[in-house]
Design a protein around this ligand. Structure first.
Ligand SMILES: [Zn+2]
Length: 262
Protein backbone atom coordinates (compact mmCIF):
# COMPACT_ATOMS: atom_id res chain seq x y z
CA UNK A 1 0.00 0.00 0.00
CA UNK A 2 1.16 3.56 -0.54
CA UNK A 3 0.39 6.43 1.73
CA UNK A 4 1.07 10.13 1.14
CA UNK A 5 4.01 11.71 2.94
CA UNK A 6 3.17 14.12 5.73
CA UNK A 7 5.16 17.07 7.02
CA UNK A 8 6.65 17.00 10.53
CA UNK A 9 3.74 16.82 13.00
CA UNK A 10 5.70 18.95 15.49
CA UNK A 11 6.89 21.91 13.34
CA UNK A 12 5.26 21.30 9.89
CA UNK A 13 8.65 21.37 8.10
CA UNK A 14 8.78 19.31 4.89
CA UNK A 15 12.41 18.24 5.12
CA UNK A 16 13.05 14.89 6.78
CA UNK A 17 15.55 12.07 6.42
CA UNK A 18 14.91 8.36 6.68
CA UNK A 19 16.35 6.57 9.74
CA UNK A 20 17.36 3.44 7.82
CA UNK A 21 18.01 1.35 10.94
CA UNK A 22 14.45 1.95 12.19
CA UNK A 23 12.57 1.94 8.88
CA UNK A 24 11.38 -1.42 7.53
CA UNK A 25 10.75 -1.65 3.78
CA UNK A 26 7.31 -0.09 3.45
CA UNK A 27 7.43 2.37 6.32
CA UNK A 28 9.42 5.60 6.38
CA UNK A 29 10.52 6.34 9.93
CA UNK A 30 12.23 9.72 9.59
CA UNK A 31 13.81 12.52 11.61
CA UNK A 32 12.63 16.06 10.90
CA UNK A 33 15.38 18.14 9.23
CA UNK A 34 14.25 21.20 11.17
CA UNK A 35 13.38 20.14 14.74
CA UNK A 36 14.64 16.53 14.89
CA UNK A 37 11.25 14.99 15.78
CA UNK A 38 11.08 11.30 14.81
CA UNK A 39 7.91 10.14 13.07
CA UNK A 40 6.42 7.83 10.46
CA UNK A 41 6.26 9.89 7.26
CA UNK A 42 3.70 7.71 5.45
CA UNK A 43 1.08 6.67 8.02
CA UNK A 44 -1.88 4.60 6.81
CA UNK A 45 -5.07 6.66 6.33
CA UNK A 46 -7.65 6.58 9.16
CA UNK A 47 -9.93 4.35 7.09
CA UNK A 48 -7.31 1.60 7.11
CA UNK A 49 -6.85 1.94 10.86
CA UNK A 50 -10.56 1.32 11.42
CA UNK A 51 -10.17 -2.30 10.38
CA UNK A 52 -6.91 -3.38 8.70
CA UNK A 53 -4.44 -2.01 11.24
CA UNK A 54 -6.70 -1.81 14.29
CA UNK A 55 -4.23 -1.76 17.14
CA UNK A 56 -5.73 -4.69 19.00
CA UNK A 57 -4.87 -6.96 16.02
CA UNK A 58 -1.29 -5.82 15.51
CA UNK A 59 -0.68 -5.90 19.25
CA UNK A 60 -1.89 -9.50 19.38
CA UNK A 61 0.35 -10.37 16.42
CA UNK A 62 3.40 -8.80 18.01
CA UNK A 63 2.72 -10.71 21.22
CA UNK A 64 2.37 -13.96 19.26
CA UNK A 65 5.73 -13.38 17.57
CA UNK A 66 7.26 -12.86 20.99
CA UNK A 67 8.71 -9.51 19.89
CA UNK A 68 11.78 -8.44 21.82
CA UNK A 69 11.18 -6.21 24.78
CA UNK A 70 14.91 -5.94 25.42
CA UNK A 71 15.59 -4.39 28.76
CA UNK A 72 11.93 -3.93 29.69
CA UNK A 73 11.83 -6.84 32.09
CA UNK A 74 15.13 -5.84 33.60
CA UNK A 75 13.96 -2.26 33.86
CA UNK A 76 10.84 -3.31 35.69
CA UNK A 77 12.92 -5.26 38.20
CA UNK A 78 15.38 -2.39 38.54
CA UNK A 79 12.61 0.12 39.09
CA UNK A 80 10.97 -2.16 41.65
CA UNK A 81 14.29 -2.56 43.47
CA UNK A 82 14.70 1.22 43.56
CA UNK A 83 11.15 1.64 44.85
CA UNK A 84 10.14 3.55 41.71
CA UNK A 85 7.10 1.50 40.75
CA UNK A 86 3.67 1.18 42.30
CA UNK A 87 1.92 4.09 43.93
CA UNK A 88 -1.76 4.79 43.47
CA UNK A 89 -3.81 2.71 41.03
CA UNK A 90 -4.74 4.38 37.75
CA UNK A 91 -8.33 5.15 38.67
CA UNK A 92 -7.27 6.68 42.02
CA UNK A 93 -4.76 8.90 40.21
CA UNK A 94 -7.44 10.04 37.78
CA UNK A 95 -9.75 10.94 40.69
CA UNK A 96 -6.96 13.00 42.28
CA UNK A 97 -6.17 14.80 39.03
CA UNK A 98 -9.64 15.27 37.57
CA UNK A 99 -12.06 15.34 40.51
CA UNK A 100 -15.56 13.94 39.96
CA UNK A 101 -16.62 15.52 36.66
CA UNK A 102 -16.68 14.53 33.01
CA UNK A 103 -13.53 12.90 31.64
CA UNK A 104 -12.77 12.21 27.96
CA UNK A 105 -10.55 9.22 27.06
CA UNK A 106 -9.35 9.57 23.44
CA UNK A 107 -8.52 6.22 21.83
CA UNK A 108 -10.16 4.52 24.80
CA UNK A 109 -10.28 1.03 23.27
CA UNK A 110 -13.00 -1.10 24.87
CA UNK A 111 -12.50 -0.09 28.48
CA UNK A 112 -13.29 2.60 31.03
CA UNK A 113 -10.22 3.74 32.96
CA UNK A 114 -12.00 5.94 35.48
CA UNK A 115 -14.18 4.93 38.43
CA UNK A 116 -17.51 6.28 39.71
CA UNK A 117 -18.33 9.18 40.27
CA UNK A 118 -16.45 10.32 37.13
CA UNK A 119 -18.71 10.36 34.04
CA UNK A 120 -16.78 8.65 31.24
CA UNK A 121 -16.68 9.83 27.62
CA UNK A 122 -14.55 8.37 24.86
CA UNK A 123 -13.49 8.54 21.23
CA UNK A 124 -12.56 5.30 19.46
CA UNK A 125 -12.00 4.54 15.79
CA UNK A 126 -11.91 0.74 15.86
CA UNK A 127 -15.41 -0.55 15.07
CA UNK A 128 -15.40 -3.48 17.48
CA UNK A 129 -13.84 -1.63 20.40
CA UNK A 130 -16.13 1.38 19.99
CA UNK A 131 -19.28 -0.74 20.29
CA UNK A 132 -18.16 -2.18 23.61
CA UNK A 133 -16.96 1.07 25.20
CA UNK A 134 -20.02 3.02 24.06
CA UNK A 135 -22.37 0.55 25.77
CA UNK A 136 -20.36 0.63 29.00
CA UNK A 137 -20.04 4.44 29.01
CA UNK A 138 -23.75 4.98 28.37
CA UNK A 139 -24.49 2.84 31.43
CA UNK A 140 -22.50 5.43 33.44
CA UNK A 141 -24.08 8.54 31.90
CA UNK A 142 -21.51 9.29 29.17
CA UNK A 143 -20.92 7.89 25.69
CA UNK A 144 -18.23 7.03 23.15
CA UNK A 145 -17.93 8.73 19.76
CA UNK A 146 -16.87 6.58 16.82
CA UNK A 147 -14.32 8.83 15.15
CA UNK A 148 -10.65 9.61 14.72
CA UNK A 149 -9.44 11.60 17.71
CA UNK A 150 -8.46 14.64 15.65
CA UNK A 151 -12.02 14.90 14.27
CA UNK A 152 -14.05 13.66 17.24
CA UNK A 153 -12.59 16.00 19.85
CA UNK A 154 -13.98 19.00 17.95
CA UNK A 155 -17.54 17.65 18.21
CA UNK A 156 -17.91 18.41 21.94
CA UNK A 157 -18.96 21.76 23.45
CA UNK A 158 -16.18 24.16 24.53
CA UNK A 159 -15.06 23.81 28.18
CA UNK A 160 -17.13 20.61 28.55
CA UNK A 161 -14.55 18.36 30.27
CA UNK A 162 -12.85 18.29 33.67
CA UNK A 163 -10.07 16.04 32.44
CA UNK A 164 -8.75 14.20 29.39
CA UNK A 165 -6.86 10.90 29.14
CA UNK A 166 -4.45 10.12 26.28
CA UNK A 167 -3.29 6.64 27.28
CA UNK A 168 -1.15 4.98 24.58
CA UNK A 169 -2.97 7.09 21.99
CA UNK A 170 -0.92 10.10 20.88
CA UNK A 171 1.76 7.89 19.32
CA UNK A 172 -0.95 6.55 16.95
CA UNK A 173 -2.38 9.94 15.93
CA UNK A 174 -1.35 11.38 12.54
CA UNK A 175 -2.51 14.87 13.58
CA UNK A 176 -1.37 15.27 17.20
CA UNK A 177 -1.35 19.11 17.10
CA UNK A 178 -4.98 19.20 15.95
CA UNK A 179 -5.91 16.87 18.81
CA UNK A 180 -4.08 18.97 21.42
CA UNK A 181 -5.67 22.16 20.09
CA UNK A 182 -9.08 20.48 20.19
CA UNK A 183 -8.48 19.36 23.77
CA UNK A 184 -7.56 22.92 24.75
CA UNK A 185 -10.97 23.98 23.47
CA UNK A 186 -13.09 21.30 25.20
CA UNK A 187 -11.21 21.31 28.51
CA UNK A 188 -12.13 23.72 31.31
CA UNK A 189 -9.41 26.26 32.24
CA UNK A 190 -6.71 24.92 34.60
CA UNK A 191 -7.88 21.30 34.10
CA UNK A 192 -5.46 18.54 33.20
CA UNK A 193 -4.63 16.00 30.50
CA UNK A 194 -2.89 12.75 31.37
CA UNK A 195 -0.55 11.55 28.60
CA UNK A 196 1.22 8.21 28.32
CA UNK A 197 3.37 7.65 25.22
CA UNK A 198 6.40 5.47 24.42
CA UNK A 199 9.63 7.18 25.50
CA UNK A 200 11.89 7.48 22.45
CA UNK A 201 14.53 8.95 24.76
CA UNK A 202 14.69 5.80 26.91
CA UNK A 203 17.86 3.88 27.60
CA UNK A 204 16.20 0.74 26.31
CA UNK A 205 15.63 2.22 22.82
CA UNK A 206 19.30 3.20 22.62
CA UNK A 207 20.42 -0.29 23.69
CA UNK A 208 18.14 -2.58 21.66
CA UNK A 209 17.66 -0.25 18.67
CA UNK A 210 15.21 -1.46 16.03
CA UNK A 211 13.92 -4.19 18.35
CA UNK A 212 12.75 -1.65 20.95
CA UNK A 213 9.20 -2.44 22.14
CA UNK A 214 8.10 1.14 21.32
CA UNK A 215 8.45 0.55 17.56
CA UNK A 216 5.26 -0.75 16.03
CA UNK A 217 4.91 -0.35 12.28
CA UNK A 218 2.73 1.21 11.04
CA UNK A 219 0.58 1.76 14.15
CA UNK A 220 2.96 4.12 15.92
CA UNK A 221 3.37 7.27 13.87
CA UNK A 222 4.98 9.66 16.41
CA UNK A 223 8.04 8.98 18.60
CA UNK A 224 8.11 11.45 21.47
CA UNK A 225 10.83 12.44 23.85
CA UNK A 226 9.79 14.43 26.93
CA UNK A 227 11.23 17.58 25.32
CA UNK A 228 9.27 17.15 22.08
CA UNK A 229 6.05 16.34 23.95
CA UNK A 230 6.46 19.45 26.10
CA UNK A 231 7.18 21.64 23.07
CA UNK A 232 4.11 20.38 21.21
CA UNK A 233 1.90 20.82 24.29
CA UNK A 234 3.19 24.38 24.80
CA UNK A 235 2.22 25.29 21.23
CA UNK A 236 -1.33 24.14 21.98
CA UNK A 237 -1.53 26.14 25.24
CA UNK A 238 -0.52 23.67 27.95
CA UNK A 239 2.16 23.52 30.61
CA UNK A 240 3.69 20.05 31.07
CA UNK A 241 4.76 18.19 34.19
CA UNK A 242 6.45 14.81 34.16
CA UNK A 243 4.80 12.17 36.37
CA UNK A 244 7.65 9.61 36.20
CA UNK A 245 10.45 12.16 36.67
CA UNK A 246 12.52 9.90 38.94
CA UNK A 247 12.93 7.10 36.42
CA UNK A 248 12.27 8.55 32.96
CA UNK A 249 15.63 7.45 31.62
CA UNK A 250 14.94 3.74 32.28
CA UNK A 251 11.21 3.87 31.51
CA UNK A 252 9.93 2.80 28.09
CA UNK A 253 7.05 5.24 28.56
CA UNK A 254 6.61 8.92 29.34
CA UNK A 255 3.86 9.71 31.85
CA UNK A 256 3.00 13.42 31.87
CA UNK A 257 0.30 15.83 33.04
CA UNK A 258 -0.53 18.75 30.82
CA UNK A 259 -2.39 21.67 32.34
CA UNK A 260 -4.53 24.02 30.28
CA UNK A 261 -3.24 27.54 30.61
CA UNK A 262 -6.11 30.02 30.82
ZN1 LIG B 1 9.95 19.25 12.89
Amino acid sequence: MTAPHRPCPACQADRSSRLEAYAPADWDVVACGNCGFVFLRNPPPYAALEEDFAWEKTYAEKKKQGGSTGLSGLNRRLRAALGLTGGKRGDAKFAAWFGAGKVLDIGCGDRIRTAIPITPYGIELSTALHARSDAAMRARGGYCLKAAGADGVWQFEPAFFDGVILHSYLEHEANPMRVLEGIHRVLKPDCKVYVRVPNYGSLNRRVVGAKWCGFRHPDHVNYFTFASLRAMAAKAGFSTKLVNHANLWVDDNIHALLQRLS
